[in-house]
Design a protein around this ligand. Structure first.
Ligand SMILES: C[S@@+](CC[C@H](N)C(=O)[O-])C[C@H]1O[C@@H](n2cnc3c(N)ncnc32)[C@H](O)[C@@H]1O
Length: 222
């Protein structure tokens, strides 16, 4: 399915987009040697490092990376068209502190990332998968929460925003069940959010026009 994002223009990912299949393969016999440190994809790789899961058109990433030049941002987006659109946007803005990986974020984090690498994981307006038989496709699961806890640095944060009441209830249940891993905190908007916004992603702007209420929380690694 095409969303027609390019409007006939060539989308260039070079220098900003990373395809999973270009990375060294996963060795089932030696999972530890298959770890990849995405911080090394940045010139100044010792900086504070943040991951956004499901970046869509990359609006949050380009806004926030433009403001916080001393933080490296990695978006992980599984849909090829959105990945290409976001990478091209980063390239046109010549941002050196943002990259995007085309991959399933939960699998990449679980199987490929070393521990304690990110200060923040952002997850905004994640697909709600409303049908019960599809709940297993939601990004937040018991296992993904354990993995996010593993890759966050001490005191690191998982930041969640959704417009979807049932997904919000799911987040609240998971947060309550994993009180040993995370402490729930109030969500504070990042610098890139405009007045009245929680984050200022594409979906947030679209849903604001529809008058939908939003929910937000921060889960801080204990
Ligand atoms: C509803 S959109 C929201 C996009 C953006 N965060 C926003 O607020 O505008 C959800 C995005 O997450 C991506 N996505 C869903 N599951 C993912 C996963 N496991 N790993 C990476 N991307 C994922 C989808 O392809 C889609 O682009």
């Amino acid at each position: 399915m095409s969303f027609g994002l390019s409007r006939g223009k060539e989308l260039i990912t070079e220098g900003y987009g990373i395809e999973l299949y270009d990375l060294p393969g996963y060795d089932v016999d030696d999972p530890e040697s298959s770890r990849i440190d995405p911080r090394k994809w940045f010139q100044d790789y010792e900086r504070h490092f943040e991951i956004e899961i499901g970046s869509g058109k990359g609006t949050f990433l380009v806004q926030q990376a433009g403001l916080q030049r001393d933080v490296n941002y990695l978006g992980i987006e599984k849909a090829g068209e959105f990945y290409r659109y976001a990478a091209d946007r980063m390239r046109r803005r010549e941002l050196e502190n943002v990259r995007i990986l085309r991959a399933d974020a939960t699998e990449f984090i679980r199987f490929r990332c070393p521990p304690e690498l990110a200060q923040v994981i952002h997850l905004y307006f994640s697909d709600p998968w409303p049908k019960k038989r599809h709940h297993k496709r939601r990004v937040i699961q018991d296992e993904s929460l354990r993995q996010f806890h593993r890759v966050l640095t001490s005191g690191g944060e998982l930041r969640l925003v959704t417009d979807h009441d049932d997904l919000w209830a799911w987040y609240e249940d998971h947060a309550a069940r994993h009180g040993d891993l995370f402490e729930r905190r109030v969500f504070v908007a990042p610098d890139s959010a405009e007045d009245g916004e929680l984050v200022g992603t594409n979906y947030e702007r679209k849903f604001t026009h529809e008058g939908r209420p939003f929910h937000a929380m921060v889960l801080k690694k204990t």
